[in-house]
Ligand binder design. Structure first.
Ligand SMILES: C[S@@+](CC[C@H](N)C(=O)[O-])C[C@H]1O[C@@H](n2cnc3c(N)ncnc32)[C@H](O)[C@@H]1O
Length: 381
């Protein structure tokens, strides 16, 4: 693999427990011919409805064929995106020790609670889980999946488009692939409600589609939260307005390698989809006033930058776009200026976090030099 093809973060793979639980629910091996054809037919319809014919596609989880396709293929390709996000929060000491209380909004088949439960089991943690959706059928499906996984959950019907009344405070509120479906006229009230749902150190985790329109919709919600004083815990280097939105066609996403289980490979072959890489526009926010320790210590010099494109390697130089101090900036380093202190530049990939320091960084110039330091920040342990 050329270094340019490296992707930030771990290679994601599904634990056996999830596939076993899904096979129990489907009543047959997921990679057997009839199951693959059935799932592929549902995935084809879902893919069309979710990407091209969104209007009127709202109640798709009521349809048993679509629900089965969603809880197998989409759940298996959405849930893993939560893990690198949780790994970062854990590495920064931002999750309650041993586990806490998590509420999922727009849970569909239980993607977030199942993903969290599997992550928690691998980390020896126990979480109290509640899964909610506007559709009763979806909440019931989440309960069924969690039963198959042997993990307790409570479920309920909850509409993000109406004032939310939920008992108790939550350490994590999870929204996966639901905020982009919500009309922006609900945003101000939604942010107020979320604030009321979170415990004082609680975090709001949003993991949404990486496609341009959906990504922009969710980044606009993020900006609205930032303007209201919410803090950006990850992935942005600071809590400023997102510069991707300044361009008419800009958006931002992260991506992770995915080790597809055999049934996902087979469904990909049938449908022409390809989930070798999982992508998401995502963020973790803390409500105004929360105490979030910064990534860089108080004595650190320089600044943090988030890489927003794949690195481009050319003869004698490499360049990447980064998000830095609330702006997008192209940075270049020539190989003749390579030093041990800036060599990480030649290993940057999309969505890496880099600690930059030096005269070229400070000048705002495109070209960094031998006097600049570039350090890739390891975000999870
Ligand atoms: C694309 S699915 C995502 C399901 C799951 N979170 C995932 O990531 O796999 C969107 C889910 O959001 C739910 N949803 C849509 N609008 C909603 C609303 N206003 N309030 C709560 N849930 C909603 C849908 O019923 C559906 O279950």
């Amino acid at each position: 693999m050329s270094r340019n093809a490296r992707r930030a973060g771990p290679r994601l793979r599904l634990p056996k427990e999830l596939l076993t639980a899904l096979e129990k629910l489907e009543g047959e091996p997921l990679d057997a011919g009839p199951a693959v054809r059935r799932i592929a037919a549902g995935v084809t319809r879902l893919n069309h409805g979710l990407t091209r014919a969104r209007g009127g596609f709202g109640g798709y989880l009521r349809d048993p064929e679509l629900r089965a396709a969603y809880r197998t293929y989409y759940l298996c390709t959405n849930a893993p995106k939560l893990w690198p996000v949780l790994d970062r929060l854990e590495a920064r000491g931002l999750l309650p020790a041993g586990g806490g209380r998590a509420l999922e909004l727009g849970c569909g088949p239980g993607t977030g609670v199942a993903g969290l439960a599997l992550w928690a089991a691998a980390h020896g943690q126990q979480w109290t889980l509640r899964a909610t959706d506007v559709l009763r059928e979806a909440a019931a499906g989440a309960e069924e999946l969690m039963r198959a996984l042997g993990v307790p959950v409570t479920t309920g019907v909850l509409d993000l488009a109406a004032p939310m009344k939920v008992e108790g405070r939550w350490d994590l509120v999870l929204c996966m692939n639901v905020l982009n479906e919500l009309d922006a006229r609900h945003d101000a009230r939604l942010l107020d409600d979320l604030r009321g749902l979170l415990s004082p150190d609680g975090l709001w985790v949003a993991i949404e589609p990486a496609s341009s329109a959906e990504s922009r919709r969710v980044l606009a919600l993020r900006d609205r939260a930032v303007a209201a004083g919410w803090q950006v815990v990850a992935p942005c280097p600071n809590a400023l307005a997102c510069p991707a939105l300044a361009a008419a066609d800009g958006w931002c996403h992260g991506e992770w390698h995915f080790e597809r289980p055999p049934f996902v490979r087979a469904v990909d072959r049938e449908t022409g989809l390809l989930r070798e890489v999982l992508k998401a526009t995502w963020f973790v926010l803390a409500p105004p006033g929360a105490q979030i320790p910064p990534v860089l210590g108080p004595d650190a010099k320089g600044t943090l930058a988030r890489v927003t494109t794949a690195r481009n390697d050319a003869k004698g130089r490499s360049d990447v776009e980064v998000c830095i101090d609330g702006a997008l900036r192209r940075l270049e380093l020539q190989t003749r200026d390579r030093t041990p202190e800036n060599a990480d530049f030649f290993d940057l990939s999309r969505h890496d976090l880099a600690h930059l320091e030096g005269p070229g960084v400070a000048s705002g110039e495109r070209r960094l030099g031998a006097d600049d330091r570039v350090e890739r920040v390891e975000e999870s342990t």
